[in-house]
Design a protein. Structure first.
Lengths: 336, 336
DNA sequence: TTGTAGGCGTTATCAT
DNA sequence: ATGATAACGCCTACAA
């Protein structure tokens, strides 16, 4: 395969000029540019990105570390990242941790190895490792974040959103509201739990520890946690689940007990994944602007890369989660 | 950041030896190895992959071109690819075409530019471009394939699978079976249509052009095509859809017409995506071994990379699609 | 506007 | 078993 020197010879110019035609055409005279372009064409020359990478000490790859590529929630974020990345000549290097801590750790080493120029983390469990790395590399956290950290971050206000979800149930007249949380080692779920409690407190409803169950983000876990809730001597009349999968699992458990949603028990989810509106009954849930989050995360990352700036405290964006009312919540009359 | 020369100096050896310790430790004596390792440790040296890439003229990136990252069907394939890739020191460079032909084309240029070493195509519309590229690069087609092409390929037998799906409906007593196809410019959908016709023919059922509608793979398109089917003077009693999304859209349309699935109309989907079993009624569909397909595609690609072989005609694998019977098909009594 | 030349950090070849 | 040296192909001062 022809290289730059071959092109230079054929066009009777120096390699430097060929390089200029490729990366900075404006500073080359039209005449030489034509010659070079012709030679490029004739030799079917393609620049060798590997060489360019070494020379420029960058490879335009953005590492995106995410916990589960199977989750459509993340694929929307990915789309947002990808869009802004492409527009700016960057590419996405996919790193699916499958929720394995070790993998997250391994992917993180890509930065030092220069396998990627910078990273967006959609999961962030290795807190110390990330903070350490962020001193030398550009890293943006999205969706998930690190408590008490000043790292650049994009997410929604989980506390407030969970509050909204719970408040919605309270406004509908529910007094016995359960919560199926996600794994509590993830800060998001702590926040959502907190928002739930806050709404309860504000409405002077008693907080019942029995009504809080910890699930694993899956339909199955939503199902089994709901089953436990139903077996309580005083079962709840409404449930707020920390994600849509678990909410749907809960609905299935309710149906399976010959009860109806929303007539007997109301359910609210979280995330508004694609299938939340397709499932029947269509799920009332909290919409996260996933595409926007992805775009914003990548935009911030670009800014960091360009400016090499240290004071990224300001590079944070918190969106509002929006309550999307569909069919899984009904009014509760006060008979019981 | 320290480089190999720094390490060499500190350890008092040549750079070549440091390189050997890193890539071929066995041929270095224990004593020198220790020295080098200690120096690496002390300097916190990390090899520069950019330099290695140039020198070896490869970057261990596998380009995976897929039509829609939002589709969980593909994310399972991705997982399979990723697993085998990781095990062999390769990484996945994600290329989501969003079904845009231009983007597919652009991503394909990555091969010549050496942005990726080889590619797996989960979509293949640019037929000539791909065949052309495959002469110089290693490319494996997965799921989708190219008609009359000898390129390495992994997929299921779509004709046979569609035949199975349709046959299932016939065996249940259905005689008026409609088909909602996917976009007909995709060979998969032609195949599935063919399997459908074959089953009809074999059972001496008449093929009715009015009962075949072309959808766009989405829930919404399944819904609207089904609505058209329901408005027919002689509506079908069963529908075979070319993917699960459309099947679910069809079910929604049926429900919306105050009819029941499977009592009034039976539905079969295709793919067995995650949500096929979660949706209610749980969808009867064709299971594709997506994870296996991904693994196999990557395995074949590795073989091609290693052997640089030309005769990849043999590198093809066709899996069986499996009918998964759930709740959307019922027996049709012969009253009507 | 264009050319010259050095070097990015590694690995492979050839000696020793 | 180890060292010296020459690439890999490109970009970018600096010089002309």
């Amino acid at each position: 395969m022809a290289n730059m020197l071959d092109v230079a010879k054929l066009a009777d110019v120096s390699p430097a000029t060929v390089s200029r035609v490729l990366t900075n055409p404006d500073i080359v005279s039209d005449h030489t540019k034509d010659k070079v372009l012709k030679a490029i064409e004739e030799l079917n020359y393609k620049p060798n990105v590997l060489a360019r990478n070494l020379r420029k000490m960058e490879n335009k790859n953005i590492l995106v570390i995410l916990p589960d590529i199977t989750n459509t929630f993340f694929s929307q974020v990915l789309r947002g990242i990808d869009q802004v990345a492409s527009e700016n000549g960057y590419r996405v290097l996919l790193a699916d941790t499958k929720d394995e801590l070790d993998l997250e750790h391994e992917y993180l080493t890509y930065l030092d190895l220069k396998i990627a120029d910078a990273a967006i983390m959609l999961t962030s469990r290795n807190v110390e490792a990330i903070e350490e790395l962020a001193r030398k590399h550009q890293i943006v956290l999205a969706c998930e974040y690190i408590k008490d950290s000043q790292l650049p971050m994009v997410s929604i206000d989980n506390i407030k959103s969970a509050y909204k979800a719970t408040k919605h149930l309270i406004d509908l007249g529910h007094q016995k509201i359960a919560h199926i949380s996600g794994p509590m080692d993830i800060i998001l779920n702590k926040d959502r739990f907190e928002g739930y409690k806050k709404a309860l407190l504000e409405a002077n409803l008693k907080f019942n520890r029995d009504w809080v169950k910890e699930g694993e983000y899956t339909v199955d876990s939503g199902y089994s946690e709901m089953e436990k809730l139903l077996q309580l001597s005083a079962p709840p009349t409404a449930v707020f689940a920390s994600n849509d999968e678990m909410a749907i699992g809960a609905i299935k458990a309710i149906k399976n007990s010959n009860m109806k949603v929303p007539d007997d028990i109301a359910v609210v989810g979280f995330d508004d994944i694609k299938w939340a509106s397709i499932y029947e009954p269509a799920l009332t849930t909290i919409f996260q602007p996933t595409f926007e989050i992805g775009k914003k995360a990548m935009s911030i990352l670009l800014k960091l890369i360009k400016e090499e700036k240290e004071d990224f405290q300001l590079e944070r964006k918190v969106y509002e989660g929006e309550l999307v009312v569909r069919k899984t919540c009904g009014a509760k009359n006060n008979r019981d």
